[in-house]
Write a protein that binds this ligand. Structure first.
Ligand SMILES: [Zn+2]
Ligand SMILES: [Zn+2]
Ligand SMILES: [Zn+2]
Length: 156
């Protein structure tokens, strides 16, 4: 079962407290914005714009510092997508998934595929290797960018 927004909020508030990190108004607001869309992938600038609507006092420097803190506490994951921005996502349990990354517009699409999990089990058997995690990324062009490419090829 997926954790509700209330459960996520409580869990992460407790985690901050457990690490002697004060739950400041700014941290609270930033966390609230992230929890409001638990499956989104975002960068610091995108988060900044959303937090601004809730609390205009939060500066971009605070956003960067808080993202680092939240990464350390495993509240969020930093996603290594090789795009120009660092992306992040909330650490939601039992939401193991993979990513399709558009090289043109940077859109990130999530997918789940049990075939990959089966492949992992086969690898464990074949190599007698205890696998604990994996990250899989596919690079290419999203539907929109592929169709745009097609248009320009036909001389527009
Ligand atoms: Zn695209
Ligand atoms: Zn994701
Ligand atoms: Zn997987």
């Amino acid at each position: 079962m997926e954790e509700s927004r209330e459960e996520l909020r409580e869990k992460f508030h407790r985690r901050l407290a457990a690490h002697d990190c004060k739950l400041t108004r700014q941290r609270k607001d930033i966390l609230e914005v992230i929890i409001s869309e638990p499956h989104s992938h975002f960068n610091a600038e995108e988060l900044y714009e959303k937090v601004q609507q809730m609390n205009p006092e939060v500066g971009l420097a605070t956003i960067y510092r808080t993202l680092d803190l939240f990464c350390d506490l495993e509240i969020i994951h930093r996603l290594d997508f090789d795009t120009s921005y660092k992306s992040y996502e909330l650490n939601v349990e039992d939401q193991h998934h993979h990513h399709l990354i558009c090289l043109q517009c940077g859109t990130i699409t999530e997918f789940k595929d049990s075939v990959l999990e089966k492949f992992e089990q086969d690898l464990e058997k074949t190599h007698n290797f205890d696998i604990v995690d994996h990250h899989i990324k596919f690079y290419g062009y999203c539907e929109e960018c592929s169709s745009n490419k097609g248009e320009s090829k036909n001389g527009k």
